[in-house]
Design a protein around this ligand. Structure first.
Ligand code: ADP
Ligand code: MG
Length: 541
């Protein structure tokens, strides 16, 4: 508008000035914008940097904490490891000291047993071992007329071996006072212990036998409690012979016989012989089960028991058979046992109705001069000269028995001016069943049997009681059994009573009775058992 009237040149100049002005204006805006952006960017960068800084500081802090935690954990583990190691050491030490204590306990226990054994020897105590047989199928049968309800518990076990010296009887029955009682014995066998284990404890007595002691092993217990099993082994059915098929099942008698002959075989030859006698005490009569008639047939002959001038018991005319080895011995014992069931005077249906006494006599012959034997001590020698001095061959002629091949031949003996004989005796007794059978309803032969068994066993208890109380009079002669066993029971023998116990509840009364008998027997003190006078062969040059 204002250009009207202006020249082109002026107009051009005006345009140029205007665009110059606008250019200037634009560049100042750009400059301003640039400044603002730059400022903003700087600020952002600063913020970013401080944020990053914070972040890194935070990270550092956290990782430090983590590190501490890791360190603490590692330290904790180390401590735990250390503690664990200490515990292990402690446990190891404890284990070791436990083992030491156990070993020491075992040693002390052995020592205590040895001391107890010495005490038993010194006091002349009767040793009592107790064997609890396993429960057997026939324990289930009730046998009495009782209600079904009571029968159900009959086969429950009530007698246990608490340890190898303690019997525990534990029983509670409805309507009865509960029983919980322990009994101590020299040795208690549990139902799993073998014939081997039982014999292992008997074997030392056989060494004693050859060292000059009389020995008696007596099984006591009710019928079915394992007396015959323990003494002989399992019996064959029908005849009363014992089976020798299963060696591990053999009882004390066959094992003892083998052991005696084994021990003899270790001795100097020609100085021992062994005789056997088998006797049964039935209805207070003594039967010689090895007696022979004029045809050599074995039949039971009644014998009597007498007291000799020396106060010993003796059975005159009793058959003593000389045997040379264990099988000869056992053959004779078996023959005697079979006679028990076939002989008319011995009409008892069950072997438990009579007492069986198997005696093994070892005679030791000592030739004093020719062999230069020395005697144990002056006193022993003197006593022996008084007691067991025989002039040879007079004695040999008197004696029905013939020496075995182990003994020197008579010709050899003839050359000897004098000889000494020492007899030691091993008596093995299987007593009649100790059950207190009621007399009601029993008549005739059974009544006689029962009353004789009851009387003989109570006579045995009376004898033990009299010895225990050191009474002046011991009633040995009240029964043939006690009279026969007088020397063994009365103090001239190492005596072992083997109590046999049936474990079932059905037999509780009988078991308690047997355990009571064993407890009383243990209390008997008979004074030190005498050793027969033996030369000390080891000192022979
Ligand atoms: P007892 O002679 O006391 O009347 P037995 O010796 O005849 O008794 O034993 C009765 C039954 O029990 C027999 O069949 C016998 O074999 C068995 N018996 C006894 N004791 C044991 C035992 N320890 N282990 C296995 N069986 C046994
Ligand atoms: Mg029997």
């Amino acid at each position: 508008q204002g250009l009207a009237g202006r020249s082109t040149k002026e107009v051009l100049q005006l345009y140029a000035a205007r665009s110059q002005q606008m250019k200037l204006q634009r560049s100042s805006v750009v400059t301003q914008l640039h400044g603002a952006i730059k400022k903003r960017l700087k600020q952002d960068l600063k913020n970013l940097r401080s944020f990053a800084l914070e972040l890194s500081k935070d990270f550092q802090r956290q990782s430090k904490t983590c590190l501490y935690q890791v360190l603490a954990a590692v330290q904790g583990i180390q401590l735990q490891n250390e503690a664990m190691r200490m515990f292990q050491i402690k446990a190891f030490n404890l284990e070791q000291s436990l083992q030491e204590v156990t070993e020491r306990y075992e040693r002390e226990n052995q020592k205590r047993k040895a001391l107890h054994n010495n005490l038993v020897e010194l006091r002349g105590n009767i040793r009592v071992h107790c064997r609890i047989r396993p429960l057997l199928p026939f324990d289930d049968a009730a046998g009495y007329s009782v209600s079904q309800d009571r029968q159900r518990n009959f086969s429950d076990k009530v007698a246990y071996a608490a340890d190898d010296e303690t019997v525990l009887v534990k029983c509670s029955r409805p309507g009865h006072a509960s029983v919980s009682k322990t009994f101590q014995f020299e040795r208690v066998y549990n139902d799993l212990e073998s014939q081997d284990a039982v014999f292992a404890d008997v074997a030392p007595l056989l060494t004693s036998l050859l060292d000059g002691y009389n020995v008696c092993i007596m099984a006591y217990g009710q019928t079915g409690s394992g007396k015959t099993y323990t003494m002989l082994g399992p019996q064959l059915e029908r005849n009363l012979a014992f089976s020798t098929d299963e060696e591990s099942e053999l009882g004390i008698i066959p094992r003892a016989t083998h052991e005696v002959f084994r021990l003899i075989s270790e001795k100097p030859p020609g100085s021992y012989w062994v005789e056997v006698s088998v006797v049964e005490v039935y209805n207070n009569e003594i039967f010689d089960l090895l007696a022979k008639d004029s045809y050599g047939k074995v039949f039971g002959v009644k014998r009597d028991v007498v007291t000799t001038r020396e106060g010993k018991s003796d059975v005159p005319l009793l058959t003593h058979e000389t045997v040379e080895n264990a099988s000869e011995f056992l053959h004779l014992v078996n023959k005697g046992l079979q006679l028990r069931v076939t002989h008319p005077t011995l009409v008892h249906a069950h072997s438990s109705r009579s007492h069986l006494v198997v005696t093994l006599t070892v005679t030791t012959v000592v030739f004093e001069d020719n062999f230069g034997t020395l005697w144990e001590d002056e006193q022993t020698s003197q006593r022996l000269n008084k007691e067991a001095f025989y002039t040879f061959p007079q004695k040999m002629r008197d004696d029905k028995s013939t020496p075995s091949s182990r003994a020197s031949s008579p010709e050899q003996l003839e050359a000897t001016e004098k000889m000494k004989q020492v007899k030691t005796r091993l008596q093995l007794v299987d007593l009649a069943g100790s059950e207190c059978v009621g007399m009601s309803g029993v008549t005739g032969a059974a009544l006689r049997e029962t009353s004789f068994i009851n009387r003989s066993l109570s006579a045995l208890a009376d004898v033990l009681g009299a010895i225990a109380e050191q009474r002046a009079h011991v009633p040995y002669r009240n029964s043939k059994l006690t009279h026969l066993l007088q020397d063994s029971v009365g103090g001239d023998a190492k005596l072992l009573v083997m109590l046999c116990i049936s474990p079932g509840q059905k037999y509780l009364t009988e078991s308690m009775q047997s355990l009571g008998f064993g407890t009383r027997a243990r209390q008997v003190q008979r004074g030190q058992v005498k050793k027969k006078n033996f030369p000390v062969l080891s000192r022979v040059k």
